[in-house]
Design a protein around this ligand. Structure first.
Ligand SMILES: [Zn+2]
Length: 270
């Protein structure tokens, strides 16, 4: 699933391509993917900006309305030129003045979209309950979100109401960087280590954005390009490979319901 750096990369690419363009028509090809709002209200609106909140791609429309996309496992949003054939699993199309189209495709169909007025945002529980953006808060603020919690640290990192935008990749990578075992109880981790976890998380997210995100399975940015941060992974997906710090084999365990790759020697369980 695309996480914060991947969705940020898509948002930046799409923003550069469509800012200021007018939507001539919104077409919903698969009604089930639109969870809220009316596609017909998009016609005639100009795109003011494309941004990201958590793992959501957010299109800001003139007049204040928003169009959100959640890409989930296999969703993609990209700009198709005039006359370009649309892929088979296209669920929503925004025709832009000039003939380009914003395409939402999703082979596995877990992704969704929503058209919302500003007043609707507070009523959308998923959105209004999102935790802070890891790159917009200080590391101290982030560490405060996981202090005094009796839950497992990995579960907290993945919990979108605690911190927004983190998934399995960046949770495993930041826990390794801070040398914290993913099954640790958050409240038992020494405060300096919790702070280190959050500074490492911020560093890794920023580096991943610089690298255009990580490409596992079929992630592509708004230009159809893949990211390269997967080349910098220390532990994610590397079960059995030598730990980059001590050389012992990395272990994968189900923690917080997710495959969690870590070094049992270097990452201390608190
Ligand atoms: Zn190790």
């Amino acid at each position: 699933m695309p996480e914060l750096p991947e969705v940020e990369t898509i948002a930046r690419g799409l923003h550069a391509q469509v800012q200021g363009r007018r939507i001539s028509e919104g077409r919903l090809l698969t009604p089930g993917v639109l969870r809220a709002g009316d596609i017909d209200t998009l016609a005639g609106k100009r795109i003011a900006r494309v941004s990201r909140r958590a793992k959501l791609l957010r299109v800001h429309l003139d007049g204040g309305a928003f169009l959100f996309f959640h890409l989930k496992m296999t969703g993609r949003v990209w700009l198709a030129g005039p006359g370009m054939a649309l892929p088979r699993h296209t669920h929503l199309v925004l025709d832009l003045d000039g003939g380009d189209r914003i395409v939402f495709e999703d082979t596995r169909r877990f992704g969704f979209c929503a058209v919302l007025e500003p007043d609707d945002l507070e009523k959308w529980d998923f959105y209004s309950s999102l935790g802070p953006e890891p790159l917009e808060a200080t590391a101290q603020e982030l560490a405060g979100r996981i202090a005094a919690r009796s839950a497992g640290v990995k579960a907290l990192l993945l919990n979108q109401t605690v911190l927004a935008g983190i998934g399995n990749i960046y949770a495993d990578e930041s826990l390794f960087a801070a040398r914290i075992h993913p099954a640790s109880i958050a409240a038992n981790i020494p405060p300096a280590k919790r702070l280190l976890l959050c500074t490492e998380l911020q560093r890794i997210l920023a580096e991943a954005i610089e690298a255009g995100g990580s490409t596992i399975s079929d992630y592509r940015n708004a230009y159809g390009k893949s990211g390269i941060f997967q080349d910098s992974f220390q532990v994610y997906g590397k079960k059995g490979e030598p730990c980059p710090a001590c050389g012992r084999p990395l272990k994968a365990e189900q923690i917080a319901g997710r495959t969690s790759t870590h070094c049992p020697k270097c990452q201390k369980k608190y």
